[in-house]
Design a binder for this molecule. Structure first.
Ligand code: NAP
Ligand code: MG
Length: 496
């Protein structure tokens, strides 16, 4: 029998790590600065966290470089790195409830999602790359008999990772797990809205046996700590997840510094195409609702544009609206809550601004549209649906990153593809149909890094994830992620 957990009581007992983790130890920012880490659950200050700037980033990069150069991690055998990463995964799992609670308090997602979604996926991710790393072979090229050409994969060195707040630890794990598995040292900058789980997990990495300096965390602001990492002359690779706007800054930082490699996982405006011949319209409606309301729509591949074939428009949209009502925002610390908070006041105003824009531009508001639960001191917005959206409206073009669905109708498959591809983004696309030929044809025509058919589930850690167009380049997850954290060496030997 599982015992119900009193999450509020647990919260009052938490010890929050609020310092930077550099060279295997917690420390204050060099200039002593801190920032308030606010909980969107109720607006309370959870901690005053070290606000790292260029000096601290420099210390962390130096620690990472020293660790890389003396081989304390990079020179360990793949089998030894595997053992340590599996131990790391086990520690994350063991402290899973504490980490889930930190995530919920810090960014406002429902505790059930933090536990069953985020923490579980983080554990799997770290374990998966640990398991993978001693099963990869390098290559020998087809040369004349008089030569031997080895093509080997080497760690790239010091990896800087800058991540967002929507899945704070999971987005970080998609970077640090493959980077560490490949033998690199990592300097991670979590989002200022959600630094707490990264700091806790850095400590668990050390406990698992990842040596000092190999995994560093520098909490702080984007313009200071993030920029310093992007511009650092001794960072070899910068891996980023966040908005398209900030992603572009990292290309500039690289060009203006040391030409470090940059990989970008940026925004999205996922089209979810529902044909009248969908085999299970109820499943499609559930996919549409979960696709935009899970995590309060703060999901890079949120199915924010619902493209419905005109014949089923009315029936389908009312089914989605009925399911949306189950997403009424509630207390994130209640295990029954399906929709929690919006990450902060700024994001709340941004989402409400888009809702106003939708009304002004002439879309029909059919559900929600309001901020709720203001008496809690936290930030919450109702599930919101706009109908009769035109793909040229702002709410169909810009990433809202909130629980706001835009419904658009189409008549033919060609029109659906045209609408779906008419976006600067290309992270994901979903489609629902009973016709296999149509599904394959359309999947090929869609310009997106992931296409799902008759499901919203784009797969776990075993498949790559990343964007076309301005959704970025480079892939997280799967063995393909290792390309970002390794470089190829050719060793050409004359033997005759
Ligand atoms: P964001 O504003 O782009 O921030 C992402 C990270 O970049 C944060 O750590 C941020 O620090 C930092 N940053 C901000 N300005 C910077 C600057 N001038 N120089 C260097 N670093 C800077 O994104 P967000 O609001 O946290 O997250 C939402 C975005 O992430 C959405 O666009 C979403 O689509 C995208 N996302 C994409 C994926 C994917 O896999 N494609 C997954 C999740 C989220 P601060 O803490 O100071 O803001
Ligand atoms: Mg926070």
């Amino acid at each position: 029998m599982t015992v119900a957990i009193d999450w509020r009581a647990e919260a009052s007992r938490l010890t929050i790590r609020d310092k930077a983790f550099i060279g295997g130890a917690f420390m204050d920012a060099a200039n002593g600065a801190t920032f308030d880490c606010i909980s969107p659950v109720d607006g309370a200050v959870l901690a005053r966290v070290a606000a790292c700037d260029a000096q601290d980033v420099d210390r962390a990069v130096k620690a990472a470089r020293d660790a890389f150069e003396d081989g304390r991690w990079a020179d360990r055998s793949p089998k030894a790195r595997k053992r340590t990463l599996i131990k790391f995964a086990e520690l994350i799992e063991k402290h899973g409830d504490e980490i889930a609670l930190l995530e919920t308090l810090d960014m406002g997602k429902p505790i059930a999602n933090a536990r069953g979604g985020d923490v579980r996926a983080v554990t799997e991710c770290v374990r998966w790359y640990g398991e993978a790393i001693d099963k990869l072979y390098d290559e020998i090229a087809p040369t004349p008999k008089t030569a031997l050409a080895l093509i080997t994969r080497e760690p790239i060195g010091v990896v800087g990772a800058v991540v967002p707040w929507n899945f704070p630890l999971l987005m970080a794990a998609w970077k640090f797990a493959p980077a560490l598995a490949a033998g690199n040292s990592v300097v991670l900058k979590p989002a200022e809205q959600s630094p707490l789980t990264a700091l806790r997990v850095a400590e668990l990495a050390a406990e698992a046996g990842i040596p000092p300096g190999v995994f560093n965390v520098v909490p702080g602001f984007g313009e200071t700590a993030g920029q310093a990492l992007g511009r650092h002359m001794d960072v070899d690779a910068l891996t980023f997840t966040g908005s398209t706007e900030v992603g572009k800054f990292f290309l500039k930082y690289s060009a203006e510094s040391n030409m470090k490699t940059v990989s970008l996982e940026c925004g999205g405006k996922t089209p979810n195409i529902v044909f009248a011949d969908t085999p299970d319209l109820k499943a499609a409606a559930k996919g549409a609702a979960d696709g935009i309301f899970y995590n309060s729509g703060q999901v890079c591949d949120a199915a924010s544009r619902l493209l419905i074939e005109d014949k089923i428009h009315d029936a389908f949209l009312s089914e989605v609206a009925a399911l949306a009502k189950q997403y009424r925002p509630g207390d994130p610390l209640d295990e029954k809550t399906k929709m929690g908070a919006i990450v902060d006041a700024t994001q709340t105003h941004r989402v409400l601004g888009f809702i106003d824009m939708g009304k002004t531009e002439g879309a029909t508001l059919t559900l929600g549209g309001n901020q709720v639960r203001t008496e809690t001191g936290g930030f919450y917005i109702e599930p919101t649906i706009f109908d009769r959206v035109n793909n040229s409206m702002t709410i169909a073009r810009e990433e809202i990153f909130g629980p706001v669905l835009s419904a658009i109708t189409f008549k033919t498959p060609e029109e659906a593809v045209k609408l779906a591809n008419d976006s600067k983004y290309g992270l994901e696309a979903n489609l629902w149909t009973n016709d296999l030929t149509k599904a394959h044809k359309i999947a090929r025509a869609l310009r997106a890094g992931t296409v799902t058919v008759n499901t919203r589930d784009g797969g776990g850690i075993e498949v790559p994830f990343g964007g076309y167009k301005q959704s970025g380049f480079g892939r997280d997850k799967s063995l393909h992620a290792l390309h970002k954290y390794t470089q190829l060496k050719t060793t050409y030997i004359q033997i005759g």
